[in-house]
Design a protein around this ligand. Structure first.
Ligand code: ATP
Ligand code: MG
Length: 579
């Protein structure tokens, strides 16, 4: 609960006013039947018009106050619950933004989306319900019981039997029904998962003509959800007739015993009427209470899922003191000292083993190695997308953990292997790397990434609108925009993870040429699969199974490194056979 307090902060006033208005509403409502009995017993029985008018006027007045209080309560509780939900969604979204890569590895994006939307909605409903019913129902029950006992204690003993009977039946119904609701929530999660995964991969589905398979898969999960929803609501629907039965039996009993009392003169007609109303109110409150309990228990699963996100410890944050030191990266020297890394702390195998490496400022380093040899992992450690398991990475001779994440990541620009663009114009996408970039800088960066020409060939040029993740441009064009975006942030260290895999060799050569001309002072680490695209690098790292097994220029490696020579020769062979 405590975790939720900050999200209520803005709505403290509404949180106090809503229950206060409930109390006013209940008080106004609860005296109505008694006033009614007054009209019957004093006004009608004694034919006193003034008494009828007087009490009737009071009833109308109190009704108006009750209506006003109720409207006020609806206003404040909606205000508070909707506002709370908005704050909570914002809180969750912001928290997810802080997540490190390894935090993100733990949640599927479908599940995060369900948590931020559906689960928050359920909590919102609970807040709304708490502010309206949670206080109202017990208060009503208490007042009605007290008044009923005051009217006639022996008649009130009937409630003493009705309440436990109803409470026990509701308890058993809920005990059977609630597990269904929990399962329903899990199945909803599954439905959302299937939809999301399908939408993300809809192009793959189409190209493999697997629509029917996907339809069946969805139909199955959807049916499972439906079945559970039917079973859950079936249980709850039972509450209604049980309550009706208990209520009717109670009323019959009251009329029977009350009738006898009227005949013997110990009870008046009006009193009996109001007594019946109070009994109804008591049983209704009990039902409202059970509904609230049900909603609460249903929401528990959602709350747990939300708290799981809020309580996730972000494992990569600024080290203590980093802010005060405010170290900046100036030269771009990178050093790995005995770096070992594994993705899961309890995993057995290290994916990087004893990496030792010094990259000089402005140096142009290439990394090559078979797939799965940990090339991406190696470079992702530099901007602290993951933290080393042991050893140390230094930039400009300072441990990377001594920089703030902001300073580190602004100076280390990494074009990820799986890079994405956002929906918006090309210019917006490029500026995303540096919001203060001028038009000239944008064009210069696009030229360096060999993107300018194709951008200018579009009718709208830099204002061309890209669809979600850049669907309306080619793979190679997208890669070049990603490179331009990275250059624009003016990094001291630029890392390209296989970022020209979809670019033809001639264009790739041009990118390399403009890099060596315009990004001379920038330390670059380039992961590549083709020897032709990396052989001009100052030095080449050969990675194999998480270890550096070769380091040197192309010529040196061809001579001395068997693995490199093998890669080189197989690619030469491919070229010759292609010719
Ligand atoms: N997020 C992750 N969680 C757990 N293991 C991972 C994760 N990412 C990669 N791995 C594992 O780490 C190893 C190295 O992967 P990495 O992506 O660094 O290889 P790579 O050399 O970049 O391969 P490729 O050439 O295919 O891009 C692989 O065995 C992979 O299964
Ligand atoms: Mg990779």
């Amino acid at each position: 609960m405590k975790k939720y307090f900050p999200f209520f902060r803005k709505y403290r006033k509404a949180l106090l006013l809503a229950p206060a208005l409930v109390v006013i509403d209940v008080i106004c409502e609860i005296v109505q039947p008694e006033l009614m009995s007054e009209i019957v017993d004093n006004g009608v029985m004694h034919k006193s018009m003034t008494s009828i008018l007087h009490t009737g006027g009071l009833m109308v007045g109190l009704s108006l106050v009750a209506i006003a209080a109720n409207v006020g309560n609806i206003y404040f509780s909606s205000h508070a619950s909707v506002g709370f939900a908005a704050e909570l969604r914002k809180g969750l979204f912001n928290k997810i933004q802080e997540f490190s890569f390894s935090n993100l590895d733990k949640f599927s994006s479908a599940s995060l989306t369900t948590r931020v939307t559906n689960d928050v909605n359920i909590i919102q409903e609970v807040v709304m319900m708490s502010l309206r019913l949670l206080i109202r129902a017990p208060l009503m029950l208490l007042f009605a019981a007290v008044i009923a006992i005051r009217i006639n204690a022996s008649l009130a003993s009937i409630i003493g039997i009705a309440i436990p009977v109803l409470a026990v039946s509701i308890y058993f119904i809920l005990r059977r029904g609630l597990p269904f609701f929990e399962k329903m929530q899990q199945r909803l999660d599954k439905v959302n998962g299937v939809i999301q995964e399908n939408l993300v991969n809809v192009r793959v589905v189409k190209s493999f003509v697997r629509e029917d398979f996907e339809k069946k898969k969805f139909g199955y999960t959807n049916d499972e959800l439906k079945e559970m929803a039917v079973r859950a609501s079936g249980m709850v629907v039972l509450i209604m007739p049980v309550m009706q039965l208990v209520m009717n039996v109670s009323i019959v009993a009251i009329v029977w015993f009350g009738g006898n009392k009227i005949m013997s003169g110990t009870l008046q007609v009006g009193q009996l009427m109001s007594f019946i109303t109070y009994i109804t109110q008591i049983l209704m409150s009990l039902m409202m209470l059970s509904m609230t309990i049900m909603t609460f228990s249903r929401a528990e699963a959602s709350s747990e899922r939300i708290l799981e996100v809020l309580n996730t410890e972000v494992d990569i944050v600024d080290s203590p003191g980093a802010k005060e030191k405010n170290l900046l990266i100036k030269k771009g020297k990178v050093e790995f000292r005995n770096v070992c890394f594994k993705y899961h702390p309890d995993g057995a195998e290290y994916v990087l083993k004893n990496i030792n490496l010094i990259v000089q400022p402005g140096e142009n380093i290439a990394i090559i190695g078979s797939t799965g040899s940990s090339k991406s992992t190696l470079v992702e450690l530099i901007p602290r997308l993951y933290d080393v398991s042991s050893g140390q990475i230094l930039i400009d001779d300072a441990d990377i953990r001594d920089f703030t994440l902001l300073n580190l990541r602004t100076s280390v620009s990494l074009v990820l292997q799986q890079n994405e663009l956002f929906s918006g114009t090309i210019k917006q996408n490029l500026k995303w790397g540096n919001v203060n970039a001028t038009d000239n800088e944008i064009i210069a960066a696009a030229k360096d990434a060999q993107a300018h020409d194709f951008i200018m060939s579009f009718p709208e040029q830099y204002e061309t609108v890209l669809g979600q993740s850049g669907v309306n441009i080619s793979g190679g064009q997208k890669q070049r925009l990603c490179i331009a975006r990275a250059i624009l942030s003016k990094p001291a260290i630029l890392i390209l993870d296989d970022s020209t895999s979809a670019v033809d060799t001639a264009t790739e050569a041009k990118i390399r040429a403009s890099f060596s001309e315009h990004l001379k002072d920038v330390t670059t680490l380039v992961i590549g699969q083709r020897v032709s695209s990396i052989q001009a690098a100052d030095r080449i790292i050969v990675l194999d199974n998480g270890e550096i097994i070769g380091l040197g220029s192309h010529d040196e490696l061809v001579k001395s490194n068997a693995v490199y020579r093998e890669i080189y020769e197989s690619q030469q062979l491919q070229k010759e056979t292609a010719l």
